[in-house]
Each structure stands twice: as C-alpha cells, then as structure tokens.
Ligand binder design. Sequence first.
Ligand code: GLN
Length: 542
Amino acid sequence: MAKHIFVTGGVVSSLGKGLTSASIGLLLERRGLKVRMQKFDPYINVDPGTMSPYQHGEVYVLDDGAETDLDLGHYERFTNAPLDRDCNYTTGKIYLSIIEKERRGEYRGKTVQVIPHVTDEIKACIRKLAVPDVDVVITEIGGTVGDIEAMPFFEAIRQFALDVGKANCLFIHLTLVPYLKAAGELKTKPTQHSVRELREIGIQPDVLICRTEREIPSDDIDKIALMCNLERRAVIEEIDREFSIYEVPLSLKGHKLDELIVERLNLKDAQALQMRDWVVMVERIKSHILEPNPARTVTIAVVGKYVKHRDAYKSVYESLDHAGIAHNVKIHLERIESEQIEEEGTDQLLASADGILVPGGFDKRGINGKVDAIRFAREGKIPFFGICLGLQCATIEFARNVLGLTDANSTEFDPTTPHPVVALLDAQRKVTHIGGTMRKGAYDCALTEGSHAAIAYHSLLVSERHRHRYEVNNDYREQLVKAGFAITGTSPDGGLVEVIEIPDHPWFLGVQCHPEFKSKPTAAHPLFRDFVGAAFTRKQTK
Ligand code: GLN
C-alpha cells in the first residue's frame, strides 16, 4: 500500500514548498522508491491556463495537455514521477466536478456540503495516485495554513490520515525562521504560531523544515522542537541555497531527512541513497560561480514580453542552465523586453549576445521587436532558437524581409493582413484540433534527416508538448522553402509545420512546441543543448 507525505506551509508564501516537495521526491526516488507527486492550489480558477504570467508565472503543460502550476515543473526536473492532469487540482477544479455531479443528480437529494462532499472529493484525488506499484505519494498543499481558501484541503488531509492510518502518513510543514537585523537574532515565534495553527485544525506535523537565511543555533532548534512537540532531529534547517536550487536535496540529505522519512513511514524497500550524478552536476554549477571564467561564459539574450517577471519563462531559463551544465559553461542571461528593442533598436541591446532566444507568448505587444531581434540573428549569423511564438515570429520575419511581403503577419496580431503567413488553419485544412481551441499536450513530429533538429535529437520521430492556437500557413510553405527557409519537422502526416531552420546559417531553428518542459539538470534537452553549443562555438570563434 502506498504511503503518503503531505507538505504544507506556514508563516509566509513563496517559501519554496514546490522545490522542497520535489527534493523530497528526488531523495526517495534515489533510494529506489516509486513516487508520485501532486499539488493542490487553493485558488478558484479551474486551472492556471487563463491566468496572466504576471500573476502566476509560467503555465506548465503536461503530455496530456493539462495546464498546471509551475511547481509541477520542479517535480519533473527533479524526479521521474509521471505527471498528468490528476497531479494538479485547484479549488475551482474540485468544485466544478462537484457541481457537475450535483447537476447530474449524483448526490441523490442530499444537501451538498464542504464536509463531507468537498473533502471526500479531495481525498478521492489523493487516492487516485496511490496505485499499486507506487511506494509514496507526495501531496503539496499550496498557500499557507490559516488561509480561508486552503481550509478544505487541510481538513481533507487530516481526515485522510484517519482513513488510511496515521502510520501511513507523514505531515511535513515548511516555515520561515526570519532574521531580525535590529535584534541581531533569528526568531522562532512565527514557526511556533504556525504549528499551533496547524494543531488547532487537528494536524500535528511530524517534520518541520525551517527556511532561514542563517544557520539556526542549536538552542533555537531545541526550542522549536520543544514548543512544537517534535523530536529534535525532526526539526530540519533549510538554509537559503547559495548557488543553485539544485542544492536543496543535498542540504536536506545532509540533515538526514531521507532517513527520517524512510524510518517513520517504515519504507522497507528503500535502498542506499544514490546521488553521485546529482552531486557532480551541483559541483559544476558551483565551480562556475566560485571561479568565474569569462572564456566559458555564454551570453544568451532572451527577447520576450514577460521578462520582468522572473517566473514567466521559468522552464526556459532552467533549460538554458541545463544546457550550460551539459557543456560545462556558465549561462549569462540577458533578459530583454521586446518593446525596448522597438524603441532602441537591436544593435546595442543585442551586441553581446552569443545566442538569441525568442520564447512563447500571446498578444501583439512587442511582436515587431521580436521580429527585429530575429532579423539581427539571421543576418548576423548568431545562433537563434525560437519557441512557439518564436517560430511564428521567425516565419513572419523571413516573409517580410526575404520574401519582401512587408505586411506579412500572423492573424493573431493583424486579422486583416494581406499575407497571413501564420494563421488558424481550420478554414484551409482538415485539421481537427484547431478552430479557436488550443493545440495542447504531446504531439509527434517527423524530422528531416541531416537537419539540426534531427542531429540534436538523434532521432527522426519525436514527441513534444504544445500550447498554441496558430500555425504556419501551408499556403506560404512553397514560397518560403524556395527562398531558403527549411521546414525540417512536420506532423507525421505532413500537414502542420513543427520545426523550421535556415540551412545557410550556423544554427537557426524554431519549434512550434515547448521543449523547455522536457529538460532536466542531469539531462539537458537536445535542442537547448545544441543551441547553447552553437552559441559557445560562436563565442570561441568571434
Ligand atoms: N500566440 C501563439 C499561438 O497561440 C503562440 C503561443 C505560444 O507561444 N505558446 O499560436
């Protein structure tokens, strides 16, 4: 029977519960256990798909097309746990399901209430992941204890422990131990209050993970343990990582968290911890920070719309770092607002770029700046990687500046353009998935032998995740190709453009998919790896 770990948070939000949950998943996997990961988000949107990246950061897409919280990206980068739409629930999604059941008459005349109906629904979502071959299900509760919206989730996990037996559940609570400059000391009181709040609703945490910017003195650990009714070794310090988020599992391992979990949950199949490759990877990151080497630093300009928000292109930035690790180089990121390019031009803003990346996005703001950046990359033979909207902008750029179709555009940005080189394709082709709805989730793509894409993947058939409405317009394919624009990847039936390249260029590649959702720190995505490789080569030969 699967065991359960519940990760909750207190004191403040943004403590890194997602990273901590992912790190716990990694440690258990590397003890030979099978884990599944899940997140509950207390907000009322049914999923983050409709939320602005400014509000919520990136929308993380899964193979089955589910649009999920970006913490699921951490889960996938840290673990091999399979993720699907059952791995992320919001209050909205839970209620939607309940209300649909109510409308179908499934509650047989009963009054539908938070307890038991909402809590039962939540518990059923947890149980869904506890399939026979799984050893541990890790469930993270978003928000903090005491939030009104989060209450049903806390109540549900309290009940869950009663249902499956306390011995099969572990409650891990993450808090903050702040340093007060004026007092010159760390404060444990917020942690005590947070645990008290948890106990008031019937949950005694089994493990406390205390986020802190300074080492917590031994006396303070004693105090927290005593006041919060915990064994001393179950109070674990998680100090702000100095170099990289990928250090978190190593720090938790240093405090023997994996041993504690294995012992408390009586995980008999656990083997010795195997972290060698992870340690090597972290050492590589550290070495570039401790001994900066300009000769091994590659500057990548990311030209986008949401660059001010750190999390809006989270997976893109992570994937670039993974590629840097693979080449043993440091990525120096220059995040450039595409509107700034419209105002100031490309020459100065992109002067130091060894590679230029245009990520995904929606809406026409800043499009011309992206097109200008792509022209700069194409003409200057600077390695270029376009992702989703980035591919669409590369197509627009080529049509405008090489084919001379000066008004070429996507119908997303100019519905009346005389040259809709990017458009909704339902009208002209028998493609079933389009027509205003998004193409979401995993789709196969057939690659052309010898292309940069095929070389990178080392395969002619790949699968990647999508999240977009518009496609390259097939009516313009012939013209584009004749002028030197290569279509090196299509849907297996040839009907949809998936990858474009410019052969007369060191590395110029655009993809309609989102490869950033499939990169890991110990296994960089092939396209990111080769893009950074090309940028590094350019730097060395400049
Ligand atoms: N806005 C474009 C579309 O809908 C691109 C989307 C994206 O980059 N994810 O097709």
